[in-house]
Design a protein around this ligand. Structure first.
Ligand code: AFP
Length: 338
């Protein structure tokens, strides 16, 4: 079969009526920016880009130099194309308007420019996550409130993994598709169309060091997995934790599995660890499009009405049966308490 480039794929999606020309251009621009981020991350120590930037982001987390560089690459690439009304990023407190003098479009772009950045210095996969929303009609100066749309309204979502190879996984709500960067010709090439996540799995991902801080239903669910063949599940489960969400999610969309970043006593007041608008929602959209499920343990992630640009939520996602069972344990515990 002849290789299909991202550009060809976008043209097909336009012809199928799944996207318009502006959204197609937006994805091309994001993909091009991610190629530049791949080059910057790939240089490692030789590029002088490793280590801390000496600043904190809006969440109070120390920024890596590559966090700042990746954010600038995405902002700069998207400023002038005429496809965006505004951008929002993990690295900036407020949305970034399109600079004066450039045409404005109808889309809102949210991104985590470099997810898993604490892994950069040890040469483990990191990634970019993005979500695209429509700017409400008649709004010319988008504010935070215009971004606060539930995940079900996303027009597109994707992530790029900067690993042994650079990969883009993309959805417009008509399946999830994977593209691999051909470094020699500089193009993303379709490598898997219509990804499907197996409903069942024997592999889970969670940071076990937080176990003692979890809520009772999470303790129960993971306790049963750990009990293996002798426990109520009657079989053994394997565990993986990269601590780069993009890498953990990509493993799940490749060979199945389930990922959890649940609520725990240390982060309860913040609402969770991962960010709804540019981590949980886009990943939930991709996972659902690939036949999986995504929940907070209590509600479907994509149905949450956001209350803040940098809002955090618990995240359970991946193989349907496991997400549903863990969610069921939370509902059962809530019911018993109520
Ligand atoms: P960083 O971007 O600060 O490295 O955080 C990564 C992340 O947001 C997500 O990608 C991981 O799944 C999760 O945090 C890892 O969290 P722990 O370090 O608490 O395991």
């Amino acid at each position: 079969m002849k290789p299909v480039s991202l550009i060809q794929f976008l043209i097909e999606e336009r012809r199928a009526g799944h996207i318009n020309a502006e959204l197609s251009l937006l994805i091309e621009v994001v993909a091009r920016a991610c190629k530049r981020i791949a080059v910057a991350t790939g240089k490692g120590a030789l590029g002088g880009v490793l280590g801390a930037a000496g600043t904190d982001n809006i969440q109070g987390e120390a920024q890596k130099k590559l966090d700042v560089i990746s954010n600038e690459i995405l902002l700069e690439a998207n400023a002038w194309g005429g496809h965006l009304a505004a951008c929002a990023s993990e690295e900036m407190e407020d949305p970034q308007p399109i600079p004066d003098g450039y045409p404005k479009g109808q889309h809102l772009l949210l991104f985590d420019p470099l997810d898993g950045s604490s892994n950069i210095d040890v040469n483990i996969s990191v990634g970019t996550i993005f979500s695209v929303l429509r700017c409400p009609d008649g709004v010319t100066e988008p504010k935070v409130e215009h971004f606060l749309q539930p995940g079900t309204t996303q027009l597109a979502a994707g992530y790029v993994v900067y690993g042994p190879s650079t990969l883009l996984v993309l959805t417009f709500g008509h399946g999830a598709h994977e593209f691999t960067l051909d470094r020699e010709i500089g193009s993303f090439i379709l490598s898997r169309r219509d990804i499907r996540i197996p409903e069942e799995t024997g592999e889970f991902a969670i940071n076990m060091s937080n176990q003692r801080h979890w809520e009772a239903p999470m303790q129960r669910y993971i306790g049963e997995l750990l009990a293996g063949q002798e426990g109520p599940r009657g079989r053994d489960f394997n565990m993986r934790w990269v601590a780069s969400m993009v890498a953990d999610v990509h493993r799940i969309v490749t060979r199945g599995g389930v990922f959890f970043y649940p609520l725990d006593a240390k982060i309860k007041s913040k609402g969770g660890k991962l960010r709804l608008m540019y981590e949980a929602n886009p990943m939930a959209f991709i996972i659902e499009q690939a036949g999986g499920a995504a929940s907070t343990g209590r509600e479907r992630i994509m149905e949450l009405q956001p209350t803040g640009l940098h809002q955090r939520v618990p995240v359970f996602l991946g193989s349907k049966q496991e997400v549903e069972l863990a969610t069921h344990y939370h509902h059962a515990a809530d019911g018993a308490q109520g």
